[in-house]
Design a protein around this ligand. Structure first.
Ligand SMILES: [Zn+2]
Length: 135
């Protein structure tokens, strides 16, 4: 089996650097909260269908709940923060962290989707179709 032009390692690195999973170019976002419908460089459709954004929401939720809130809770358990401060910080983090991580959550979602299904990238589609030469 041939190695696809865009390997899983490429997809991983592009996802971590907020770049197009298909061509690796930056500029996925029109502005902080607005994903472009298509990549400016290769025309790759970034939003696949209605509801595709839910994956980015899951990543955003995960980054907040598992990446930030445990540190606030740990600081409270260790006595560095009062319970009231903990509650206020957790509520504030629940609003602020998703805004800060929004583009990164989208990129992680695109990365995880195409890590699972790399053959759905247009750059890989033609390479993975079996031909008579592969036999
Ligand atoms: Zn692209």
């Amino acid at each position: 089996m041939k190695t696809p032009p865009v390997s899983r390692r490429d997809i991983l690195m592009r996802g971590l650097r907020v770049r197009c999973p298909n061509c690796g170019q930056p500029g996925l976002f029109r502005h902080w909260f607005r994903l472009r419908p298509r990549c400016l460089q290769c025309g790759f459709k970034l939003t696949r269908s209605d509801g595709f954004f839910l994956g980015a929401m899951v990543w955003n939720y995960g980054l907040t709940v598992f990446g930030v809130l445990p540190f606030i809770l740990l600081a409270t358990i260790l006595g560095w923060l009062s319970v009231t401060s903990c509650i206020v910080l957790c509520i504030a983090a629940g609003f602020i962290i998703p805004c800060i991580t929004y583009p990164f959550a989208w990129s992680l979602w695109l990365m995880s989707y195409y890590l699972t299904l790399p053959h759905e990238l247009p750059a890989n589609e033609t390479e993975l179709i079996p031909t008579d030469e592969d036999e």
